[in-house]
Design a protein around this ligand. Structure first.
Ligand code: CP
Length: 328
């Protein structure tokens, strides 16, 4: 990021407004691992300023008029794809959606050739979801346009972690010092990986829990406390993030039955009672009600699951804005 002197801002209020503004310099958003705490805070500050637009009667501003955003989703999505499309449209960008079944990938074209052909049409940003870890990174090296990783295999889901951190920051004021429990299929979850990178960087006390077969080795090296007992992880927690079992990434039968899994790892009201009374219950979606989260908890007073989705639009508006040269 670059600090740019802005006398016009300075003249508004010499006492309370800093005489600098920040400019984003990365070409791509590929993962949380490479972002600094300052960069994360800068993205979240920018996203906060976009929340209000979605509450207006006319939810559209001209900020990205003339810009083109391609959403290339080679894996299923409801929330991420829709919110990127809404984010682009609310900023007046032209948005194009491509899915695996509607593209020439089904005729045998490679991802690299697909990306080169998209580059030739000169979009400004390509948002990519792919089942292969590293696919967005490979495309980012190959083409000149900005790439946003919308989820690559079990590797990272940076925009989900950013919207999760945005939700926590808006609800709790700050992330530093909070006890955050992430529960479930840690080994196969890109959401868990990105949030572990992000929340530890932001100073949270991160605890993870799941069956031993869903906990990757060497997890504690990432600065988290590892449990197999869910109760230990969520006791006195400020935030509980539940994860679904990533059936599409399971190559082995790593738990006996869904009933047994939910006996030990479903967040029900009794377990919520172990946490702080004002605990935030989070889930990236899609939910498997009755497996990892009880319906009355998903819909209960501590749940911010739909708030996460709402903030996801503002967060993605902020990323599109920053990657096309916007400043805060
Ligand atoms: N959280 C999330 O990535 O949801 P989708 O798979 O529906 O995009």
């Amino acid at each position: 990021m670059t600090k740019v002197r802005t006398d016009s801002i300075k003249s508004l209020n010499k006492e309370s407004i800093e005489d600098v503004k920040m400019k984003w310099e990365r070409k791509d958003i590929l993962g949380i691992r490479e972002l600094s705490p300052d960069e994360i805070n800068f993205i979240l500050d920018t996203a906060d300023s976009f929340v209000e637009i979605s509450t207006r009667d006319i939810k559209k501003v001209p900020t990205l008029r003339g810009k083109t955003i391609i959403n290339l989703f080679i894996e299923a999505s409801t929330r991420t794809r829709t919110s990127f499309e809404i984010a682009g449209k609310r900023l007046s960008a032209d948005t194009i959606n491509i899915t695996a079944s509607s593209s020439s990938l089904v005729k045998g074209e490679t991802l690299i050739d697909t990306a080169r052909n998209l580059e030739a049409m000169n979009p400004d940003i390509v948002v990519i979801r792919h089942s292969a870890a590293g696919a967005p990174h490979m495309i980012a090296k190959l083409i000149k346009q900005s790439i946003i990783n919308a989820g690559d295999g079990a590797h990272e889901h940076p925009t989900q972690a950013l919207l999760d951190m945005m939700t926590i920051r808006l609800r709790k004021g700050s992330i530093a010092g909070l006890k955050i429990a992430i529960i479930g299929d840690i080994a196969h979850s890109r959401v868990a990986r990105s949030n572990i990178f992000g929340m530890t960087k932001m100073g949270a006390d991160v605890h993870v829990a799941g069956p031993a077969t869903m906990l990757p080795p060497f997890l504690s090296r990432f600065g988290v406390t590892v449990h197999t007992d869910m109760g230990e992880a969520i006791r006195d927690a400020d935030v509980i993030m539940m994860l679904r079992i990533q059936m599409e990434r399971e190559s082995l039968n790593i738990f006996p039955s869904l009933r047994e899994y939910s006996t030990y790892y479903c967040l029900n009201q009794d377990r919520v009672g172990l946490a702080n009374p004002d605990v935030l219950v989070m889930h990236p979606g899609p939910l498997n009600r009755g497996v990892e989260i009880a319906p009355d908890v998903a819909d209960g007073t501590n749940s911010v699951i739909l708030q996460q989705v709402t903030y996801g639009v503002a967060l993605r508006m902020a990323l599109l804005y920053l990657l096309t040269g916007g400043t805060l």
